[in-house]
Design a protein around this ligand. Structure first.
Ligand code: ASP
Length: 430
C-alpha cells in the first residue's frame, strides 16, 4: 500500500474523541427540548457501527484461510512448522503469564475489592441474574466443545459459523498437503489461493478507508450505553485494570521487543497503529484480524510464513489482555466478598486465568464467560460480576487492544528468532 492510500491516524483519533464526546452527551436519560437523545441516536450508532463490523468480518474467513494456506505451503516441511509452532506457543504462554502476574501485582497492591462496602455487595446481586443465566449454560460444556471445534466434521459448516479454530486447522492441513503434492495442479490451486489472499488484502484496504466513520459510531454507541462516569464510579477497579494494561503494553512488551527481538518498540507501535485503533473501537480481535494481518505483513514487514501462523492462531489462543482482566476481576470479587486470599487461592486464579483465556472468543464481552468458569471452579460468587459489569464494556475496548498488540509482539519475536531481517526496517510512518 502506498502512503497516499493510507488512512491518516489523526482522522481516526479525532473520530474517537468525537465518539466519546457525542456518545457521552447522548447517554440514556439525557434530553434536549424534551427529546430523548438516546432513543433517537442510539439506533443510528448501532446501525452504522454494525455495518462497519460486518464489512470487517466479511473479510476474515477468506483472508485467514488463504493466508494460512499460502503461509504453510511456503513453510513446507514438518520440522520447520513444528519449530515455528513451538516458538509461537512459548511466546503466547510466557506473555500471557507475564500479563496475569502484572495484574496480580496491582490487584494485591491496590486492593480495589477491599473498598467495596457490604451494602454494595448485596445490591449488586440483582444486576447479575440475567448475565448469570445467559452464561452459565455456556460455561458447563465449554472446554469439551472448544476441543471438538478444532477438528470440524464439516468444513463448510465451520466456514458458515465462523469457527476460527476449525477453519485454521483445515487451512493448516490443506496448505501442508498442497506442499506435498508435486504437480502442476497443486501449483494452480496454490496460485489461486495466493490470488485470493492478495485480493482480500486489497479488500481490507477498502474497508480501512471507512475506519474514521466506523470508529466514530462504535465509540459513540458504547459511550452512550455506558458513559464515562461509570469509569469514575468504579475508580479503584478501573485504575487497577488500567495500570495492569499500561504496565504490560508500555513496559513489559516493549522490553521484550528491545531485548529479545532487538527492534524499536516505538516503531512497532507506529506500525500497528491502525490495528490498535480498530481493536479499541470494535472490542473484537476477530473483527480486527484483517487489519492486524495487513499491519503485521505490510507495515511491520514480517513474512507471510510467520504472520499466517502466529496472527490467526494468536487471535484465537493468545489473549493476554483478557487473562490479565480475568485475574484482576476474580481477585476483586474475592476481596469484595471477604474471601481469604492465601497463596493457594492466588496461584489457582493465575493458572485458571491462563487456561481459560485460551478459549476466549475474539468478540465483545467474551471474557465474562471465561470469568464465570474461573469463579465456578474457585467457588467464588458469580453474582460478584455485578460489581463491575457497568465498566466491563469500556474495559473491553482496552483489553482487546492489549490482545491484538500482544499477538503482534509475539509475531515479531517469532520472526526475529527465525532470523528475518526485514522486521521494522521499512518506513512505516504515515
Ligand atoms: N473482546 C475481547 C477480544 O475480542 C475478548 C474479551 O472479552 O476479553 O479480544
Amino acid at each position: 500500500m502506498t502512503s497516499k492510500k493510507r488512512q491518516s491516524p489523526l482522522k481516526v483519533l479525532i473520530a474517537i474523541a468525537l465518539g466519546i464526546l457525542v456518545g457521552d452527551c447522548t447517554q440514556q436519560g439525557k434530553s434536549i427540548f424534551g427529546i430523548d437523545l438516546f432513543s433517537l441516536l442510539h439506533p443510528l450508532y448501532e446501525f452504522f457501527g454494525s455495518l462497519f463490523i460486518n464489512a470487517l468480518t466479511l473479510v476474515v474467513i477468506p483472508l485467514v484461510a488463504s493466508s494460512v494456506i499460502t503461509g504453510i505451503a511456503r513453510v513446507g516441511d514438518q520440522k520447520s512448522v513444528g519449530r515455528l509452532g513451538l516458538k509461537m506457543v512459548t511466546f503466547y504462554i510466557s506473555t500471557t503469564l507475564l500479563a496475569i502476574l502484572i495484574g496480580l501485582f496491582f490487584v494485591n497492591v491496590i486492593g480495589p475489592g477491599f473498598s467495596i462496602t457490604p451494602e454494595h455487595v448485596s445490591t449488586s446481586a440483582d444486576l447479575t441474574d440475567i448475565k448469570h443465566q445467559l452464561v452459565e449454560t455456556h460455561a458447563n460444556h465449554r472446554f469439551a466443545e472448544f476441543l471438538l471445534k478444532i477438528i470440524p466434521s464439516n468444513v463448510f459448516a465451520a466456514f458458515a459459523k465462523t469457527e476460527m479454530l476449525g477453519i485454521i486447522f483445515f487451512s493448516l492441513l490443506f496448505g501442508y498437503c498442497t506442499s506435498k503434492v508435486k504437480s502442476s495442479f497443486s501449483q494452480t490451486v496454490l496460485d489461486f489461493v495466493k490470488g485470493i489472499f492478495q485480493i482480500m488484502i486489497e479488500f481490507t484496504h477498502v474497508v480501512i478507508k471507512f475506519l474514521p466513520i466506523g470508529v466514530f459510531f462504535l465509540v459513540a454507541k458504547t459511550m452512550s450505553e455506558t458513559g464515562l462516569y461509570s469509569l469514575y464510579s468504579l475508580g479503584l477497579f478501573t485504575v487497577t485494570v488500567f495500570l495492569g494494561f499500561m504496565c504490560f503494553t508500555l513496559i513489559a512488551l516493549p522490553l521484550l521487543l528491545k531485548w529479545i527481538a532487538k527492534v524499536s518498540p516505538v516503531r512497532h507501535f507506529k506500525a500497528m497503529a491502525p490495528a490498535i485503533i480498530t481493536a479499541f473501537s470494535t472490542s473484537s480481535s476477530s473483527a480486527t484480524l484483517p487489519i492486524t494481518i495487513d499491519c503485521v505483513e505490510k507495515r511491520v514487514g514480517i513474512s507471510n510464513r510467520v504472520c499466517s501462523l502466529v496472527i490467526p492462531l494468536g487471535t484465537s489462543l493468545n489473549m493476554s489482555g483478557s487473562a490479565l482482566y480475568e485475574c484482576v476481576a476474580a481477585m476483586f470479587i474475592a476481596q469484595a466478598y471477604g474471601i481469604e486470599l492465601n497463596f493457594f487461592t492466588q496461584f489457582s486464579i493465575v493458572v485458571l486465568a491462563l487456561i481459560s483465556s485460551i478459549g476466549v472468543a475474539g468478540v465483545p464481552s467474551a471474557s465474562l464467560v471465561a470469568l464465570i468458569v474461573i469463579l465456578k471452579t474457585m467457588g467464588l460468587p458469580i453474582d460478584g460480576i455485578g460489581l463491575f459489569i457497568a465498566v466491563d464494556r469500556l474495559l473491553d475496548m482496552c483489553r482487546t487492544t492489549v490482545n491484538v498488540f500482544s499477538d503482534s509482539c509475539c509475531a515479531v519475536l517469532v520472526a526475529c528468532s527465525e532470523g528475518e531481517k526485514s522486521v521494522l526496517t521499512k518506513k512505516v510512518f504515515d
